[in-house]
Design a protein around this ligand. Sequence first.
Ligand SMILES: [Zn+2]
Ligand SMILES: [Zn+2]
Length: 445
Amino acid sequence: MKRRDFLRATAAGALAAPLLPNLLTDVAKAAEPTARWYKGNLHAHSQWSDGQDLPEVALAEYKKRGYNFFAFTEHNVLQQNDFKFDGKDAKPFDGETSRWKRLATPGVRSNLTEDRVRKAREFFGEDSVAMKETAEGTFVRLKPFTELNEQFGDKENFLLMPAFEMTTPWAHLNLINVEETFYLDDEKIGGVVSKSYDKAREMYDGAGKPWLFMVNHPLWQYYNEQPSDLIARPEVKFFEFTNNCTAYPFIPGAWTPESFWDVVNAYRASHDQDFLYGTGTDDSHGVYNTGFVAFYGWTGVRATELTPKAIFDAMNRGDSYISTGLELEDVTFDGKTLCVKAKPEKEGKWRVEFFGTKKDYDPTPKYFDAKAGPKMNRRIEGYSEKIGEKLATFDGTEGSYTLKSDDLYVRARVTRVGAEPVYLGTGADKSPLPTDAAWTQPYRG
Ligand SMILES: [Zn+2]
Ligand SMILES: [Zn+2]
Protein backbone atom coordinates (compact mmCIF):
# COMPACT_ATOMS: atom_id res chain seq x y z
CA MET A 1 0.00 0.00 0.00
CA LYS A 2 1.23 3.48 -0.82
CA ARG A 3 1.99 5.66 2.14
CA ARG A 4 -0.02 8.56 0.74
CA ASP A 5 -3.06 6.34 0.63
CA PHE A 6 -2.92 5.29 4.21
CA LEU A 7 -5.14 7.15 6.60
CA ARG A 8 -4.69 6.92 10.29
CA ALA A 9 -7.57 5.77 12.42
CA THR A 10 -8.41 8.48 14.95
CA ALA A 11 -9.45 7.82 18.51
CA ALA A 12 -13.04 8.19 17.41
CA GLY A 13 -12.43 5.98 14.42
CA ALA A 14 -12.79 2.55 15.95
CA LEU A 15 -14.93 2.21 12.83
CA ALA A 16 -12.06 0.87 10.78
CA ALA A 17 -9.52 -0.11 13.39
CA PRO A 18 -10.02 -3.89 13.18
CA LEU A 19 -9.24 -3.77 9.47
CA LEU A 20 -5.79 -2.28 9.88
CA PRO A 21 -2.75 -4.50 9.58
CA ASN A 22 -0.70 -4.58 12.82
CA LEU A 23 2.25 -2.59 11.58
CA LEU A 24 0.06 0.23 10.41
CA THR A 25 -1.95 0.17 13.61
CA ASP A 26 1.31 0.81 15.46
CA VAL A 27 2.11 3.72 13.17
CA ALA A 28 -1.38 5.00 13.75
CA LYS A 29 -1.00 4.79 17.53
CA ALA A 30 2.22 6.75 17.40
CA ALA A 31 0.53 9.56 15.51
CA GLU A 32 -2.72 9.43 17.44
CA PRO A 33 -2.29 11.84 20.36
CA THR A 34 -2.08 15.06 18.41
CA ALA A 35 -3.71 14.62 14.99
CA ARG A 36 -6.96 16.52 14.67
CA TRP A 37 -9.13 18.09 12.00
CA TYR A 38 -8.38 21.69 11.11
CA LYS A 39 -10.81 23.83 9.14
CA GLY A 40 -9.49 26.26 6.56
CA ASN A 41 -10.18 28.52 3.62
CA LEU A 42 -7.44 29.06 1.04
CA HIS A 43 -9.19 31.57 -1.19
CA ALA A 44 -10.50 35.01 -0.14
CA HIS A 45 -10.24 38.69 -1.04
CA SER A 46 -10.17 41.92 0.94
CA GLN A 47 -9.75 45.61 0.12
CA TRP A 48 -6.22 44.77 -0.98
CA SER A 49 -7.85 43.69 -4.26
CA ASP A 50 -11.54 43.53 -5.12
CA GLY A 51 -12.91 42.32 -1.79
CA GLN A 52 -15.20 44.51 0.29
CA ASP A 53 -13.90 44.23 3.84
CA LEU A 54 -10.85 45.61 5.48
CA PRO A 55 -8.81 42.45 5.99
CA GLU A 56 -9.04 42.53 9.80
CA VAL A 57 -12.85 42.51 9.65
CA ALA A 58 -12.90 39.42 7.44
CA LEU A 59 -10.33 37.68 9.63
CA ALA A 60 -12.33 38.37 12.79
CA GLU A 61 -15.35 36.70 11.21
CA TYR A 62 -13.45 33.63 10.02
CA LYS A 63 -11.79 33.20 13.37
CA LYS A 64 -15.11 33.55 15.18
CA ARG A 65 -16.52 30.75 13.03
CA GLY A 66 -13.80 28.34 14.07
CA TYR A 67 -11.53 28.46 11.03
CA ASN A 68 -7.99 27.34 11.80
CA PHE A 69 -6.07 28.22 8.66
CA PHE A 70 -6.64 30.96 6.15
CA ALA A 71 -5.09 32.76 3.21
CA PHE A 72 -6.02 36.01 1.54
CA THR A 73 -5.43 35.43 -2.15
CA GLU A 74 -5.61 38.92 -3.60
CA HIS A 75 -5.51 39.30 -7.37
CA ASN A 76 -1.86 39.47 -8.42
CA VAL A 77 -0.74 41.17 -5.20
CA LEU A 78 0.59 40.18 -1.80
CA GLN A 79 -0.44 42.08 1.32
CA GLN A 80 3.06 43.46 1.70
CA ASN A 81 4.54 46.21 3.84
CA ASP A 82 6.01 47.93 0.81
CA PHE A 83 4.85 51.46 0.39
CA LYS A 84 2.03 51.75 -2.07
CA PHE A 85 -0.06 54.75 -2.90
CA ASP A 86 -2.77 54.96 -5.48
CA GLY A 87 -3.18 58.76 -5.47
CA LYS A 88 -0.99 61.41 -7.06
CA ASP A 89 -0.02 63.55 -4.06
CA ALA A 90 2.46 61.29 -2.29
CA LYS A 91 3.74 63.87 0.21
CA PRO A 92 1.60 63.02 3.23
CA PHE A 93 2.77 59.44 2.90
CA ASP A 94 6.49 60.04 3.26
CA GLY A 95 7.86 57.36 5.55
CA GLU A 96 4.58 55.48 5.72
CA THR A 97 4.35 51.76 5.08
CA SER A 98 1.78 49.48 3.53
CA ARG A 99 -0.91 50.40 1.08
CA TRP A 100 -3.11 53.49 1.37
CA LYS A 101 -6.37 53.37 -0.51
CA ARG A 102 -8.71 56.21 -1.29
CA LEU A 103 -12.02 56.33 0.54
CA ALA A 104 -14.81 56.14 -2.02
CA THR A 105 -18.53 56.55 -2.18
CA PRO A 106 -20.72 53.47 -2.59
CA GLY A 107 -21.11 52.36 -6.18
CA VAL A 108 -18.69 49.75 -7.38
CA ARG A 109 -19.08 46.66 -5.21
CA SER A 110 -15.55 46.68 -3.86
CA ASN A 111 -15.28 50.43 -3.15
CA LEU A 112 -13.71 51.27 0.19
CA THR A 113 -16.60 53.14 1.76
CA GLU A 114 -17.08 54.80 5.14
CA ASP A 115 -19.33 51.94 6.16
CA ARG A 116 -16.48 49.50 5.75
CA VAL A 117 -14.16 51.62 7.83
CA ARG A 118 -16.88 52.01 10.48
CA LYS A 119 -17.20 48.23 10.69
CA ALA A 120 -13.50 47.86 11.47
CA ARG A 121 -13.70 50.63 14.10
CA GLU A 122 -16.69 48.94 15.74
CA PHE A 123 -14.66 45.75 16.00
CA PHE A 124 -11.26 47.11 16.98
CA GLY A 125 -11.70 50.69 18.20
CA GLU A 126 -11.53 54.18 16.71
CA ASP A 127 -7.73 54.16 16.49
CA SER A 128 -7.55 50.84 14.72
CA VAL A 129 -7.83 52.33 11.22
CA ALA A 130 -5.26 54.92 10.13
CA MET A 131 -6.55 57.62 7.79
CA LYS A 132 -5.04 60.70 6.16
CA GLU A 133 -6.62 63.70 4.51
CA THR A 134 -4.92 64.86 1.34
CA ALA A 135 -5.75 67.19 -1.50
CA GLU A 136 -6.70 64.06 -3.38
CA GLY A 137 -9.22 62.90 -0.79
CA THR A 138 -9.19 60.71 2.31
CA PHE A 139 -6.91 57.71 2.34
CA VAL A 140 -7.17 54.60 4.49
CA ARG A 141 -4.25 52.43 5.45
CA LEU A 142 -4.66 48.73 4.71
CA LYS A 143 -2.95 46.45 7.21
CA PRO A 144 -0.19 44.30 5.71
CA PHE A 145 0.27 40.59 6.30
CA THR A 146 2.79 40.94 9.14
CA GLU A 147 0.43 43.10 11.20
CA LEU A 148 -2.58 40.92 10.46
CA ASN A 149 -0.58 37.90 11.47
CA GLU A 150 0.45 39.56 14.72
CA GLN A 151 -3.15 40.46 15.46
CA PHE A 152 -4.79 37.13 14.54
CA GLY A 153 -2.12 34.44 14.30
CA ASP A 154 -2.32 31.86 17.05
CA LYS A 155 0.03 28.89 17.12
CA GLU A 156 -2.64 26.49 18.31
CA ASN A 157 -5.72 27.74 16.54
CA PHE A 158 -5.21 30.16 13.69
CA LEU A 159 -2.63 29.99 10.93
CA LEU A 160 -2.50 32.85 8.47
CA MET A 161 -0.47 32.32 5.29
CA PRO A 162 0.71 34.88 2.73
CA ALA A 163 -0.69 34.13 -0.73
CA PHE A 164 -1.98 35.58 -3.98
CA GLU A 165 -4.25 34.62 -6.83
CA MET A 166 -2.44 34.77 -10.13
CA THR A 167 -5.24 36.21 -12.20
CA THR A 168 -5.11 36.14 -15.97
CA PRO A 169 -7.98 36.69 -18.40
CA TRP A 170 -8.11 32.91 -18.65
CA ALA A 171 -6.82 30.94 -15.73
CA HIS A 172 -6.77 31.81 -12.03
CA LEU A 173 -4.28 30.02 -9.80
CA ASN A 174 -3.64 30.27 -6.07
CA LEU A 175 -0.08 30.30 -4.74
CA ILE A 176 -0.18 29.74 -0.98
CA ASN A 177 2.56 30.48 1.56
CA VAL A 178 4.74 32.45 -0.84
CA GLU A 179 6.43 35.83 -0.51
CA GLU A 180 6.88 36.81 -4.12
CA THR A 181 4.40 37.13 -6.95
CA PHE A 182 4.71 36.38 -10.64
CA TYR A 183 2.47 36.89 -13.60
CA LEU A 184 2.38 35.10 -16.90
CA ASP A 185 -0.10 34.46 -19.61
CA ASP A 186 -0.33 32.20 -22.62
CA GLU A 187 -2.39 32.03 -25.77
CA LYS A 188 -3.82 28.74 -24.54
CA ILE A 189 -5.74 28.39 -21.27
CA GLY A 190 -4.11 25.11 -20.34
CA GLY A 191 -0.78 26.72 -21.14
CA VAL A 192 -1.19 29.17 -18.26
CA VAL A 193 -1.61 26.32 -15.78
CA SER A 194 1.32 24.39 -17.15
CA LYS A 195 3.76 27.31 -17.46
CA SER A 196 2.74 28.72 -14.09
CA TYR A 197 3.43 25.43 -12.39
CA ASP A 198 6.97 25.41 -13.82
CA LYS A 199 7.47 29.06 -12.89
CA ALA A 200 6.23 28.46 -9.33
CA ARG A 201 8.55 25.52 -8.87
CA GLU A 202 11.48 27.56 -10.12
CA MET A 203 10.65 30.48 -7.81
CA TYR A 204 9.55 28.76 -4.62
CA ASP A 205 11.29 25.40 -4.43
CA GLY A 206 14.54 26.98 -3.32
CA ALA A 207 12.93 29.37 -0.80
CA GLY A 208 12.92 26.79 1.98
CA LYS A 209 9.21 27.18 2.66
CA PRO A 210 6.47 24.72 1.79
CA TRP A 211 4.12 26.17 -0.81
CA LEU A 212 0.94 25.05 -2.48
CA PHE A 213 -0.28 25.44 -6.05
CA MET A 214 -4.00 25.28 -6.69
CA VAL A 215 -5.94 25.56 -9.95
CA ASN A 216 -8.96 27.70 -9.15
CA HIS A 217 -12.60 27.40 -10.20
CA PRO A 218 -12.09 25.51 -13.49
CA LEU A 219 -15.70 26.22 -14.41
CA TRP A 220 -15.34 29.98 -14.14
CA GLN A 221 -15.77 32.01 -16.17
CA TYR A 222 -16.84 29.71 -18.92
CA TYR A 223 -15.34 26.24 -18.54
CA ASN A 224 -11.91 27.89 -18.44
CA GLU A 225 -9.99 24.70 -17.71
CA GLN A 226 -10.59 21.28 -19.19
CA PRO A 227 -9.82 17.93 -17.55
CA SER A 228 -7.18 17.37 -20.26
CA ASP A 229 -5.25 20.42 -18.93
CA LEU A 230 -4.71 18.61 -15.63
CA ILE A 231 -4.16 15.25 -17.27
CA ALA A 232 -1.32 16.96 -19.15
CA ARG A 233 0.32 18.09 -15.87
CA PRO A 234 0.25 15.20 -13.39
CA GLU A 235 2.38 17.23 -10.94
CA VAL A 236 -0.52 19.58 -10.25
CA LYS A 237 -2.12 18.11 -7.16
CA PHE A 238 -4.87 20.55 -6.14
CA PHE A 239 -7.87 22.08 -7.76
CA GLU A 240 -10.70 24.07 -6.33
CA PHE A 241 -13.64 21.70 -6.29
CA THR A 242 -16.13 24.16 -4.84
CA ASN A 243 -16.06 27.93 -5.15
CA ASN A 244 -18.95 30.34 -4.97
CA CYS A 245 -17.95 32.10 -8.16
CA THR A 246 -18.54 29.14 -10.41
CA ALA A 247 -21.86 30.50 -11.59
CA TYR A 248 -22.65 29.66 -15.13
CA PRO A 249 -25.41 27.79 -16.93
CA PHE A 250 -24.18 24.32 -17.65
CA ILE A 251 -23.94 22.66 -21.04
CA PRO A 252 -25.73 19.28 -20.95
CA GLY A 253 -23.20 16.51 -21.44
CA ALA A 254 -20.16 18.67 -20.62
CA TRP A 255 -18.12 18.06 -17.50
CA THR A 256 -19.35 19.06 -14.03
CA PRO A 257 -17.08 19.72 -11.01
CA GLU A 258 -17.49 16.08 -9.92
CA SER A 259 -16.91 14.58 -13.35
CA PHE A 260 -13.95 16.92 -13.98
CA TRP A 261 -12.35 15.44 -10.87
CA ASP A 262 -13.16 11.83 -11.80
CA VAL A 263 -11.93 12.18 -15.37
CA VAL A 264 -8.54 13.40 -14.19
CA ASN A 265 -8.25 10.82 -11.42
CA ALA A 266 -9.39 7.89 -13.59
CA TYR A 267 -6.53 8.77 -15.92
CA ARG A 268 -4.02 9.32 -13.13
CA ALA A 269 -4.98 6.13 -11.27
CA SER A 270 -4.62 4.07 -14.43
CA HIS A 271 -1.19 5.61 -15.13
CA ASP A 272 0.17 5.26 -11.59
CA GLN A 273 0.31 9.01 -11.08
CA ASP A 274 -0.57 11.06 -8.00
CA PHE A 275 -4.22 11.91 -7.50
CA LEU A 276 -5.67 15.33 -8.08
CA TYR A 277 -7.09 16.39 -4.70
CA GLY A 278 -10.00 18.77 -4.29
CA THR A 279 -10.21 21.80 -2.05
CA GLY A 280 -13.24 23.64 -0.75
CA THR A 281 -13.08 27.42 -0.57
CA ASP A 282 -15.57 30.25 -0.61
CA ASP A 283 -13.55 32.81 -2.62
CA SER A 284 -15.10 35.39 -0.30
CA HIS A 285 -15.22 38.94 -1.64
CA GLY A 286 -16.95 40.21 1.48
CA VAL A 287 -18.18 38.43 4.56
CA TYR A 288 -21.41 40.45 4.63
CA ASN A 289 -21.86 40.35 0.88
CA THR A 290 -24.89 38.68 -0.60
CA GLY A 291 -23.40 38.37 -4.09
CA PHE A 292 -20.58 36.05 -3.12
CA VAL A 293 -21.56 34.02 -0.12
CA ALA A 294 -18.77 33.54 2.39
CA PHE A 295 -18.40 30.49 4.64
CA TYR A 296 -20.00 27.97 2.25
CA GLY A 297 -16.84 26.23 1.17
CA TRP A 298 -13.92 25.05 3.26
CA THR A 299 -11.36 22.29 3.54
CA GLY A 300 -10.98 19.98 6.54
CA VAL A 301 -7.40 18.81 7.03
CA ARG A 302 -6.22 16.20 9.55
CA ALA A 303 -2.79 17.19 10.77
CA THR A 304 -0.66 16.84 13.86
CA GLU A 305 0.08 20.54 14.15
CA LEU A 306 -0.99 23.84 12.68
CA THR A 307 1.95 24.76 10.46
CA PRO A 308 2.07 25.21 6.68
CA LYS A 309 4.22 22.08 6.45
CA ALA A 310 1.89 19.89 8.49
CA ILE A 311 -1.20 21.19 6.69
CA PHE A 312 0.32 20.78 3.21
CA ASP A 313 1.81 17.35 4.05
CA ALA A 314 -1.63 16.14 5.12
CA MET A 315 -3.21 17.61 1.99
CA ASN A 316 -0.52 16.03 -0.17
CA ARG A 317 -1.26 12.57 1.20
CA GLY A 318 -5.01 13.08 0.80
CA ASP A 319 -5.85 13.40 4.49
CA SER A 320 -8.42 16.12 3.92
CA TYR A 321 -12.01 16.59 2.82
CA ILE A 322 -14.08 19.21 1.06
CA SER A 323 -17.10 20.74 2.71
CA THR A 324 -20.03 22.97 1.80
CA GLY A 325 -21.17 23.05 5.42
CA LEU A 326 -20.94 19.50 6.74
CA GLU A 327 -18.19 18.32 9.09
CA LEU A 328 -16.76 14.83 8.84
CA GLU A 329 -15.90 13.10 12.07
CA ASP A 330 -13.73 10.42 10.56
CA VAL A 331 -12.36 9.12 7.28
CA THR A 332 -10.26 5.96 7.22
CA PHE A 333 -8.74 3.93 4.44
CA ASP A 334 -6.72 0.78 5.07
CA GLY A 335 -5.69 0.13 1.49
CA LYS A 336 -8.96 -1.59 0.64
CA THR A 337 -11.89 -0.16 2.55
CA LEU A 338 -12.90 3.49 2.73
CA CYS A 339 -15.02 4.33 5.79
CA VAL A 340 -16.61 7.70 6.32
CA LYS A 341 -18.58 9.12 9.21
CA ALA A 342 -20.18 12.58 9.19
CA LYS A 343 -21.00 14.80 12.14
CA PRO A 344 -23.98 16.89 11.06
CA GLU A 345 -25.22 19.79 13.15
CA LYS A 346 -28.47 20.02 11.21
CA GLU A 347 -31.44 17.70 11.48
CA GLY A 348 -32.33 15.86 8.32
CA LYS A 349 -32.03 12.74 6.26
CA TRP A 350 -28.45 12.02 5.32
CA ARG A 351 -26.95 9.90 2.60
CA VAL A 352 -23.48 8.50 2.03
CA GLU A 353 -22.53 7.65 -1.55
CA PHE A 354 -19.37 6.11 -2.98
CA PHE A 355 -18.13 6.91 -6.47
CA GLY A 356 -15.37 5.49 -8.61
CA THR A 357 -14.28 4.40 -12.04
CA LYS A 358 -13.70 0.90 -13.38
CA LYS A 359 -10.41 -0.14 -14.98
CA ASP A 360 -12.00 -0.72 -18.40
CA TYR A 361 -13.43 2.81 -18.66
CA ASP A 362 -13.58 4.68 -21.95
CA PRO A 363 -11.35 7.78 -21.69
CA THR A 364 -12.41 9.29 -25.03
CA PRO A 365 -13.78 12.82 -24.74
CA LYS A 366 -16.63 14.29 -26.72
CA TYR A 367 -16.22 17.96 -27.62
CA PHE A 368 -18.66 20.81 -27.36
CA ASP A 369 -17.92 23.89 -29.37
CA ALA A 370 -18.82 26.75 -27.08
CA LYS A 371 -19.33 29.52 -29.56
CA ALA A 372 -22.23 30.85 -27.54
CA GLY A 373 -20.08 31.50 -24.48
CA PRO A 374 -18.73 34.89 -23.52
CA LYS A 375 -15.30 36.19 -24.42
CA MET A 376 -13.90 33.43 -26.58
CA ASN A 377 -14.60 30.23 -28.42
CA ARG A 378 -13.32 27.12 -26.81
CA ARG A 379 -13.60 23.37 -26.95
CA ILE A 380 -15.34 22.03 -23.89
CA GLU A 381 -14.91 18.38 -22.97
CA GLY A 382 -17.52 15.83 -21.98
CA TYR A 383 -16.88 12.24 -20.97
CA SER A 384 -18.59 8.89 -20.44
CA GLU A 385 -20.96 8.74 -17.47
CA LYS A 386 -19.20 5.55 -16.43
CA ILE A 387 -16.34 7.75 -15.20
CA GLY A 388 -17.19 8.52 -11.60
CA GLU A 389 -20.13 6.14 -11.47
CA LYS A 390 -21.96 5.48 -8.23
CA LEU A 391 -20.66 2.34 -6.52
CA ALA A 392 -22.76 2.22 -3.33
CA THR A 393 -25.31 4.20 -1.31
CA PHE A 394 -26.08 4.19 2.43
CA ASP A 395 -28.85 6.03 4.26
CA GLY A 396 -27.56 7.83 7.34
CA THR A 397 -24.29 9.49 8.23
CA GLU A 398 -21.82 6.64 7.84
CA GLY A 399 -20.85 4.04 5.31
CA SER A 400 -17.99 2.03 3.90
CA TYR A 401 -16.89 0.61 0.57
CA THR A 402 -14.34 -2.09 -0.14
CA LEU A 403 -12.50 -1.76 -3.43
CA LYS A 404 -13.18 -4.50 -5.96
CA SER A 405 -10.54 -5.85 -8.31
CA ASP A 406 -11.89 -3.81 -11.23
CA ASP A 407 -12.04 -0.46 -9.33
CA LEU A 408 -9.41 2.19 -10.04
CA TYR A 409 -10.27 4.22 -6.93
CA VAL A 410 -13.14 5.19 -4.65
CA ARG A 411 -14.29 8.46 -3.09
CA ALA A 412 -17.24 9.27 -0.84
CA ARG A 413 -19.80 12.04 -0.65
CA VAL A 414 -22.16 12.75 2.24
CA THR A 415 -25.22 14.89 1.54
CA ARG A 416 -28.43 16.01 3.21
CA VAL A 417 -31.42 14.86 1.20
CA GLY A 418 -33.16 17.90 -0.30
CA ALA A 419 -30.31 20.34 0.41
CA GLU A 420 -30.22 23.55 -1.60
CA PRO A 421 -27.47 24.08 -4.14
CA VAL A 422 -24.63 26.35 -3.05
CA TYR A 423 -26.05 29.78 -3.80
CA LEU A 424 -24.49 31.40 -6.80
CA GLY A 425 -26.89 33.96 -8.06
CA THR A 426 -30.28 33.73 -9.65
CA GLY A 427 -32.13 31.59 -12.12
CA ALA A 428 -30.06 28.99 -13.88
CA ASP A 429 -26.80 30.25 -12.42
CA LYS A 430 -26.61 27.76 -9.59
CA SER A 431 -23.92 25.37 -8.65
CA PRO A 432 -24.50 21.68 -9.30
CA LEU A 433 -23.06 21.15 -5.81
CA PRO A 434 -25.33 21.01 -2.77
CA THR A 435 -24.91 22.84 0.54
CA ASP A 436 -24.49 20.77 3.74
CA ALA A 437 -22.31 18.24 1.97
CA ALA A 438 -18.81 16.82 2.30
CA TRP A 439 -16.56 14.94 -0.12
CA THR A 440 -13.62 12.73 0.78
CA GLN A 441 -10.57 12.59 -1.44
CA PRO A 442 -10.13 9.56 -3.75
CA TYR A 443 -8.34 6.42 -2.49
CA ARG A 444 -6.93 3.37 -4.23
CA GLY A 445 -5.39 0.06 -3.28
ZN1 LIG B 1 -10.52 33.70 -9.37
ZN1 LIG C 1 -10.56 34.80 -6.11
